[in-house]
Design a protein around this ligand. Structure first.
Ligand SMILES: *Cc1c(COP(=O)(O)O)cnc(C)c1O
Length: 345
């Protein structure tokens, strides 16, 4: 079986509620920082010391405990390359479904074997099944907290339990949406040296197009990852943008608050329509519209509102994932959904 990332159409304009981006955009300080670059800064290979220091301080970790990456996707790929290097075995990556496509796609591209764990009812985290899937050749376990596409949280004790049960593996804890969740494994990571934590500045910080991520972990475990990443993988715009974004925490805080308001609006609408949804700790909500999903997704697209049909993901039959960002977009989406849902009744 092969796995690949399901590319979405490149919509121009409209309300983009399908990729969990920051729909408000990045901080104005980021634009100023990029405009401030001169011809030689673009001509010279980028220096990273300042961005690394700034990012490590932001996370409250030592500088040698982080690796900056060209988007978190690169961190995931690097972890897969490292995991697949042991040629004496057929290294396995455990992926708990429904999951972000890149875990399986990168494992596959690196030559590893994907072992999937099926979801439980209501997306309760399948701890027993994950523990049962661990074998002597497990080299990676991907955990996503909060999960994409469900927005559900994994308890820290569960993460610790899995890390303890798989000392032969790296636990890649993807906290891409950690800024929205106000919870992180960072404070307890020292007790679990086989856990690498992935963060991205694509979502809450609004730098998706610039491509900036970071992997945090024990320095010796990060050494192998560093060797799997090319020396100038972040371009200079991304490096200066990261610093500028971190210097404007108010921008992120305001957006996180707006996301919470949008989530509540979506929950209230679902309650009115009597459709199922899952309370989310991230900047999106997974909603089960059942057999009306495809119809609603295309009706919204005709009005320039793009949402993501997740029906083909395990456990997500009839589900749509809607980004909760700018409140005006959320209201427009709810209005359009209401008209579509009521129309056909
Ligand atoms: C968006 C996303 C990423 C990728 O982040 P980039 O920095 O844009 O590469 C990683 N993991 C999850 C769960 C995501 O949703």
């Amino acid at each position: 079986m092969t796995f690949e990332y399901q590319r979405v159409p490149e919509f121009a304009g409209g309300r983009r509620l399908h990729l969990n981006e920051n729909t408000r955009g990045c901080s104005p300080a980021v634009l100023a920082a990029i405009r401030g670059l001169d011809a030689t800064r673009l001509a010279f290979y980028p220096a990273y010391a300042s961005a690394i220091r700034r990012c490590a301080d932001h996370l409250g970790v030592d500088r040698d405990a982080i690796v900056l990456t060209n988007g978190l996707d690169e961190g995931i790929m690097a972890a897969c390359l490292v995991a697949a290097r042991d040629r004496r075995i057929e290294p396995e990556s455990i992926v708990i479904e429904p999951a972000f496509d890149m875990y399986a796609a990168c494992t596959d591209a690196a030559g590893g074997t994907v072992v999937t764990v099926a979801p439980e009812a209501d997306f309760v985290f399948p701890t027993a099944a994950v523990l049962a899937a661990i074998t002597p050749v497990t080299r990676l376990v991907f955990l996503t907290n909060p999960n994409n596409p469900t927005g559900r949280i994994i308890e820290s004790e569960t993460i610790a339990h899995i890390a303890h049960a798989a000392p032969q593996a790296t636990i890649f804890l993807d906290e891409a949406y950690g800024d929205f969740a106000r919870t992180s494994f960072l404070p307890v990571r020292h007790a679990h040296p086989n856990v690498l934590i992935g963060r991205t500045f694509a979502k809450a910080h609004g730098l998706a197009a610039l491509r900036v991520g970071v992997v945090i972990g024990a320095p010796d475990r990060l050494e192998a990852l560093r060797r799997a990443i090319t020396p100038y993988s972040l371009n200079v715009c991304a490096a200066v943008a990261l610093e500028a974004a971190l210097d404007d925490p108010g921008h992120v805080a305001a957006y996180v608050a707006e996301v919470e308001q949008s989530r509540r609006l979506l929950y209230a609408a679902c309650d009115r329509w009597r459709v199922d949804y899952w309370e989310s700790a991230a900047n999106f909500v997974l909603i089960r519209l059942g057999d009306r999903t495809a119809e609603v997704v295309s009706a919204l697209a005709r009005r320039g509102i793009f949402v993501r049909d997740r029906s083909n993901e395990p456990g997500c039959a009839g589900c749509v994932r809607i980004t909760a960002g700018v409140v005006d977009d959320t209201r427009a989406c709810i209005q359009a959904m209401e008209e579509t849902l009521c129309d056909a009744r």
